[in-house]
Design a protein around this ligand. Structure first.
Ligand SMILES: CCCCCCCC(=O)SCCNC(=O)CCNC(=O)[C@H](O)C(C)(C)COP(=O)(O)OP(=O)(O)OC[C@H]1O[C@@H](n2cnc3c(N)ncnc32)[C@H](O)[C@@H]1OP(=O)(O)O
Length: 163
């Protein structure tokens, strides 16, 4: 897939309202993830605007965490669809949530430059999926994610939130 083709989020959950990746969020980040042609990695590109400043010229680390979180989660969900031999958007829908977000800030991340997030599933996959994610600004590795996502029944998740 290329970034010209529909993103995994648009195929799987066009009505999603997540601030980071929901296509239907009015003011969210609208992170878009695509399979790399190698069939292993999932890639997203994002250029942070000046409003996400942490230090003059540098990106606020919390924003970086949002990018890695959402993109890694979509890598896990895309992997599950593919492992079942079906396309994102086919039913039953697959939902994962973040159980653990791990992030190493390796180098300062600049504002106003395109960032590339490259993620892949690591190890054995069941309900729990480990996803590794690298963030590059140009050739520079600025952050490294190592996170766990767990497949859930979102109906039960909603009732847990109301309890
Ligand atoms: C299209 C839809 C998009 C959805 C976007 C959602 C965006 C989000 O990520 S939501 C916001 C952040 N995340 C959350 O709010 C999740 C809150 N946490 C939870 O609901 C629960 O702790 C949950 C679902 C992650 C796990 O609970 P539960 O369902 O009881 O599963 P549980 O049996 O404890 O764990 C399942 C596996 O994950 C592992 N695990 C659970 N938590 C962690 C953790 N923090 N670190 C490492 N591993 C963990 C367990 O060890 C277990 O592993 P194994 O299968 O090898 O034994």
């Amino acid at each position: 897939m290329t970034s010209d083709s529909p993103a995994i989020q648009d195929l799987a959950h066009a009505e999603g309202i997540c601030y980071g990746c929901g296509p239907a969020h009015p003011t969210g980040l609208h992170i878009k993830s695509h399979w790399h042609e190698d069939g292993v990695h999932v890639v997203a590109r994002f250029t942070p605007s000046d409003e996400f400043v942490g230090w003059p010229g540098l990106l606020y680390g919390g924003l970086l965490a949002m990018l890695v979180d959402c993109h890694s989660n979509w890598t896990a969900m895309a992997y599950h669809y593919r492992a079942q031999g079906r396309a994102p958007g086919t039913l039953p829908a697959i939902h994962c949530v973040t159980a653990h977000l791990g992030l190493d800030y390796v180098k300062p991340t600049p504002l106003g430059r395109a960032l590339t997030l490259t993620a892949r599933v690591e190890g054995e996959v069941a309900r729990k999926t480990r996803v590794l994610c690298e963030v590059h600004a140009g050739d520079v590795l600025t952050a490294r994610g190592d996170s766990i996502f767990v497949q859930v029944d979102v109906d039960k998740l909603g009732s847990a939130a109301q309890a």
